[in-house]
Design a binder for this molecule. Structure first.
Ligand SMILES: Cc1cc2nc3c(=O)[nH]c(=O)nc-3n(C[C@H](O)[C@H](O)[C@H](O)COP(=O)(O)OP(=O)(O)OC[C@H]3O[C@@H](n4cnc5c(N)ncnc54)[C@H](O)[C@@H]3O)c2cc1C
Ligand code: FES
Length: 282
């Protein structure tokens, strides 16, 4: 038996929302953990952050990046089934009272984690501050998919200032630090920005917990694909993370390893787009 798709909708021209029935995963999932799905019998394993795990369903935000994410978008519809959904994987974050908890995000996975983390932190009695960054107005998600409902204080930024504050979440974090409003910060999204965030908060000693996305294969600590250098020691993002103390992460190594299959991925994407064009799907 597969895993039925119960909802699918566009979030922006490049991102979409998909919800899949997986009661055993939804029951056990905690913020910070991720899932791995496979679309069809011969498909690849795709690690994904979770936006919502409610009513036996897993909601995810997905970017149309390469072959598998586009295949799910163009060839699977509500009522169709995914071949596999495994999880929850990775370590949950420590949900407890910290005071002022910030979550900052500037890419699809981080936008999902922003909502999921702050929902739990708000329920734990924290004052929650959400910062969501997008490239421009066209890429901002519909209101109902933003983290506003779980934020006591909410900031939206765009790179070009077409809506919200002009700039990136780093600009807002700087201001919040100056106002002494950050007791702990969580963040997810583009790795380059996370590396900059680590440098921004380091001098202030502000606890900074960020997702460290790496290429994953098995997702259970067996293959070594997702290894990172953490405080001078090897850790596996899938087993020991994916959220880590950003001040201990070797970001230079993380950035280098994350891009190691770019050529092969580009080729697979181009071939798949050609196939879609030939079949008249796009
Ligand atoms: C813990 C974790 C959480 C993630 N959460 C999200 C999310 O919420 N939304 C989302 O859109 N994407 C998320 N990703 C990335 C997602 O797994 C990839 O975008 C997806 O595998 C792309 O596959 P593709 O075939 O469409 O593209 P490909 O062309 O195969 O890859 C495009 C890019 O996706 C990344 N990627 C590809 N394969 C993997 C892999 N096996 N493991 C990790 N990264 C990979 C690489 O950066 C790559 O350059 C997450 C990854 C990890 C590790
Ligand atoms: S994905 Fe294989 S060890 Fe993490």
């Amino acid at each position: 038996m597969g895993y039925k798709i119960t909802a699918k909708t566009d979030l922006s021209p490049i991102d979409y929302f998909v919800e899949v029935e997986a009661p055993h995963v939804a029951r056990a999932w905690k913020p910070g953990q991720f899932v791995v799905f496979i679309t069809h019998e011969r498909g690849e394993r795709v690690p994904m952050s979770v936006y919502k795990a409610e009513d036996g369903k897993i909601g995810m935000f997905i970017r149309k990046l390469g072959k598998t994410s586009m295949q799910l978008y163009y060839e699977f519809n509500v009522g169709d089934e995914l071949y596999s959904m495994v999880g929850p994987l990775g370590k949950p974050i420590d949900v407890k009272y910290y005071g002022n908890v910030v979550f900052a995000s500037d890419a699809v996975c981080g936008q999902a984690e922003n909502y999921a983390t702050l929902k739990a932190m708000k329920e734990a009695g924290n004052y929650t501050i959400s910062i969501q960054s997008f490239e421009d107005a066209a890429r901002v998600y519909p209101e109902e998919f933003l983290a506003k409902p779980v934020a006591d204080e909410y900031y939206l930024t765009t790179d070009d200032g077409s809506v919200g504050i002009k700039g990136n979440y780093l600009d807002v974090v700087k201001e919040l630090i100056e106002k002494d409003k950050v007791d702990i910060i969580f963040a997810g999204g583009k790795l380059g920005t996370l590396a900059k965030l680590a440098e921004l908060t380091r001098p202030y000693g502000i606890p900074t917990i960020t997702t460290v996305r790496q290429i994953m294969v098995d997702g259970t600590g067996m293959c070594g694909s997702c290894r990172i250098l953490y405080g001078g020691e090897v850790r596996f993002a899938c087993r020991d993370g994916p959220m880590f103390d950003a001040h201990k992460v070797d970001w230079e190594d993380v950035l280098k390893r994350a891009n190691r299959f770019l050529e092969q991925e580009k080729l697979a994407r181009e071939r798949y787009l050609e196939e879609l064009r030939a079949r008249g799907v796009i």
